[in-house]
Design a binder for this molecule. Structure first.
Ligand SMILES: NC(=O)c1ccc[n+]([C@@H]2O[C@H](COP(=O)([O-])OP(=O)(O)OC[C@H]3O[C@@H](n4cnc5c(N)ncnc54)[C@H](O)[C@@H]3O)[C@@H](O)[C@H]2O)c1
Length: 391
């Protein structure tokens, strides 16, 4: 198939390379000129994709990146993988999907299938996006298929993670399934796009709520003088009805802190009850001040104290700092007068600062998201506050 994938980020690029590897001819469309140039030179911006994998697809003439939306007109299939962030008031920002859908509508080929992979609120594909695409005034098919990619996960990737698919029509569902089945081992159809738009938000809200709960529970254990990790380990011996979640500095990344707000915004719009997500967000946002209070308790006062935050990426073993909770923690510690540095051997440079060396020259080290290879022994006898629990 001739395929255009709009948005070449964490979702669109691995999808493009997987589709190219399966023999499809793929155009990777992005508005970022620098990224497009790098991709065509085989430079990978992602930890999970090597330069060689991209170069191989480019050399085989199966993949080419472009800023030209005109290529859509030669394609049987267009996939939309652009960001769906929150705006400055923490409300869903649909501007990228709207803009991408407008570009698709201007260029779509008669009979082509459009698949939306961006995470959206239930009703968005059939409502907002279909309305924009209908402006093309030609016959096309429309489907939704949420992405579940987990960056740096060594086991689950684009090709072996089950893929949910639903079309606005049965024909659209079937067409989308044929495409995904060509490179994904398990493709699961659903009866409507609304079911899987909601399923995606359920998956990520489930994580947000449970992580927030375990973070609150960890605060209880800290006050009780109990090791929360040992409690979780003990509870995990129950062979059914329990799933372990682990405490930390807070949720980060592009999905977990963002997607649930698409669900809560929709709930507010239709007048449905929605207490859990708002509460989970509240707990999550309170963690920076909680750990600042704990640091204060440990050191007596934070004024002039040298503190190093270790691991500022949003999770271990990635260099991604999007929505990282370490940012709020560092700001909160600094507002109390602490002299704060940070160390992250994968992030290296961030917020206009460079990663500091780990050494014994600190009053306190706060472990946020240290990576597998982070050598904590370099901290010597520095006192440690481990946000991940442990006592
Ligand atoms: N990152 C993840 O792990 C993940 C997982 C599952 C689902 N998602 C969802 O997938 C979608 C994409 O996320 P992402 O992480 O790949 O985002 P990203 O920021 O990594 O990449 C998006 C790309 O789209 C480009 N872009 C923006 N507007 C465009 C437009 N109008 N036309 C063409 N290109 C445009 C940007 O330049 C960028 O390169 C979001 O809805 C996100 O919630 C992300």
């Amino acid at each position: 198939m001739k395929v255009s994938i709009v948005g070449q980020g964490y979702v669109g690029l691995p999808l493009a390379i997987a589709a190219a590897s399966a023999g499809h001819e793929v155009w990777g469309i992005d508005t970022n000129v620098v990224l497009v140039d790098e991709l065509n030179r085989g430079v990978s911006p992602l930890g999970d994709l090597t330069d060689a994998q991209i170069m191989q697809a480019v050399n085989a003439k199966r993949f080419k990146a472009t800023v030209d939306f005109g290529v859509i007109n030669s394609c049987d299939l267009v996939v939309i993988c652009v960001p769906t962030p929150l705006d400055s008031t923490f409300e869903p920002d649909f501007s990228y999907v709207k803009s991408a859908a407008e570009s698709v509508a201007e260029n779509i080929k008669e009979g082509a299938l459009v698949i939306v992979e961006s995470t959206v609120s239930p009703g968005t594909t059939r409502g907002l996006l279909k309305n924009i695409l209908d402006k093309s005034d030609i016959k096309y098919h429309l489907a939704y298929s949420p992405e579940r990619i987990d960056p740096s996960n060594p086991k689950w990737n684009v090709t072996n993670t089950p893929k949910l698919v639903a079309g606005i029509s049965e024909e659209a569902t079937q067409k989308a399934m044929i495409f995904y089945k060509s490179f994904i081992s398990e493709v699961v159809p659903a009866s409507s796009v609304e079911v899987i738009e909601s399923a995606k938000l359920l998956e990520n809200s489930f994580r947000l709520i449970n992580i927030s709960f375990i973070n609150e529970f960890a605060q209880f254990c800290w006050k009780m003088g109990i090791d929360v990790r040992e409690v979780i380990q003990a509870a995990s011996t129950k062979p059914y009805g329990f799933m372990a979640f682990y405490p930390g500095v807070g949720v980060g990344g592009h999905c977990i802190p963002v997607d649930p707000s698409y669900l809560s915004a929709k709930a507010k719009e239709i007048g449905a009850s929605n207490s859990f997500i708002d509460l989970a967000n509240k707990i999550n946002h309170s963690l920076s001040s909680y750990f600042t209070v704990v640091a204060n308790e440990i050191l007596g006062s934070l004024k002039g104290k040298k503190i190093i935050v270790v691991g500022v990426a949003y999770k271990p073993d990635v260099s991604d700092v999007r929505e990282t909770p370490s940012l709020d923690l560092i700001k909160a510690l600094r507002s109390e007068g602490a002299d704060v540095s940070w160390h992250d051997e994968l992030v290296k440079e961030w917020i206009g600062e460079k990663s500091a060396k780990l050494s014994a020259d600190y009053d306190l080290a706060i472990l946020a998201n240290p990576h597998t290879g982070t050598d904590l022994s370099q901290l010597g006898s520095v006192r440690i506050l481990d946000t991940r629990g442990g006592y």
